[in-house]
Unconditional design. Structure first.
Length: 327
């Protein structure tokens, strides 16, 4: 019976083991950052791996290259529970970074001061009113990119204003006149936000704004909007709105569930729209599609510019209106 020829990578690992006079298991521990061997032996194995031009895994690249090849991906303070949006974005960021020979590692907001010790650059997710992360990273000389409409520095975001303007105009053209915006922390003004797109369309149509500002979410945006709307809905009273423009798909899904559980018909009595066009979640939902893969790729491109010392810039990526059953 013919035996399979060992791969080039396997053969190289065996060569490293032979030269270092250790077992293949010890080589594997060194190359993949596993415990169980001394620092001196790890250094010896990594030195030999460079000599034989071994093509390392992502974990090994981190060890061989040091923190210069490592990119810390950091969540905002309010994003303790990973939203489906951030999970999808993180997946695309991981692919984009690996394609550039970089190693992503995850940091929570509270670990920001540890990031400069372990990473040579960072990508910041989430937005908070008082975000200390940029200041900490600047003080440590760590280049970073923000995903979202930020102020100074490198950043990338979908065209939030255009997206919400388009979807609010769509509802107005349908004859909706009591349109409410559903979002969180609406008392904190932010330029180029999704709220401002809604406000622009409402002002042009000379319609009154309604802002449903949600409290800090429970375990998800969907549960937060469901519980909030469930409390204010009373089937005996006239509905105060005929459409809900939601800042995310998850908020929209919670609103749809609350309305239907209370016996209101969507979209006949109330139209509901979202933002993101998340796979599976947005099925049947009128929403605004953003290209998450393109955002991840642009983040990595901007990070390369930041590492090269180029002038900071913000990139706004186009979005598209997606019409489905909820409007």
């Amino acid at each position: 019976m013919k035996q399979n020829k060992p791969s080039a990578q396997t053969a190289t690992i065996r060569e490293i083991a032979r030269r270092a006079e250790v077992s293949i298991a010890s080589v594997s521990r060194a190359l993949n950052g596993k415990p169980g061997i001394s620092d001196a032996l790890r250094d010896k194995i990594l030195t030999i791996s460079r000599e034989v031009a071994y093509q390392p895994s992502a974990a090994a690249r981190q060890l061989i290259s040091g923190k210069a090849a490592v990119v810390g991906i950091s969540l905002g303070r309010q994003d303790i529970e990973l939203r489906p949006y951030y999970i999808l974005l993180y997946q695309h960021l991981t692919v984009a970074l690996h394609q550039q020979g970089m190693v992503p590692i995850f940091f929570h907001h509270d670990q920001t001061r540890e990031l400069p010790e372990r990473a040579g650059a960072a990508i910041l997710l989430g937005e908070t009113g008082e975000d200390e992360r940029p200041g900490v990273l600047r003080a440590a000389g760590i280049p970073f990119v923000r995903i979202g409409n930020a102020g100074e520095g490198f950043s990338v975001a979908p065209d939030d204003v255009s997206g919400l303007y388009q979807i609010t105009r769509h509802l107005i053209q349908q004859g909706r006149v009591r349109i409410a915006f559903v979002g969180g922390e609406l008392d904190v003004p932010r330029p180029q936000s999704r709220l401002s797109g809604y406000q622009q369309a409402m002002a042009e149509a000379e319609l009154s704004e309604q802002l449903l500002s949600l409290p800090h979410r429970f375990t998800s945006d969907s549960l937060t909007s469901y519980r909030y709307l469930n409390r204010i809905l009373n089937h005996d009273d006239p509905l105060p709105f005929d459409a809900l423009v939601c800042a995310t798909d998850e908020l929209a899904l919670g609103c749809v569930a609350a309305l239907e559980d209370r016996g209101f018909r969507v979209p006949e009595e109330v139209a509901v729209t979202g933002f993101d066009d998340l796979p599976t979640l947005a099925t049947g939902l009128t929403t605004v599609r953003q290209d998450i893969a393109a955002i991840a790729a642009m983040s990595v491109e901007l990070l390369s510019e930041a590492l090269a010392g180029k002038a900071p810039r913000h990139v706004s990526l186009p979005v598209a209106l997606v019409l489905r059953e909820t409007s």
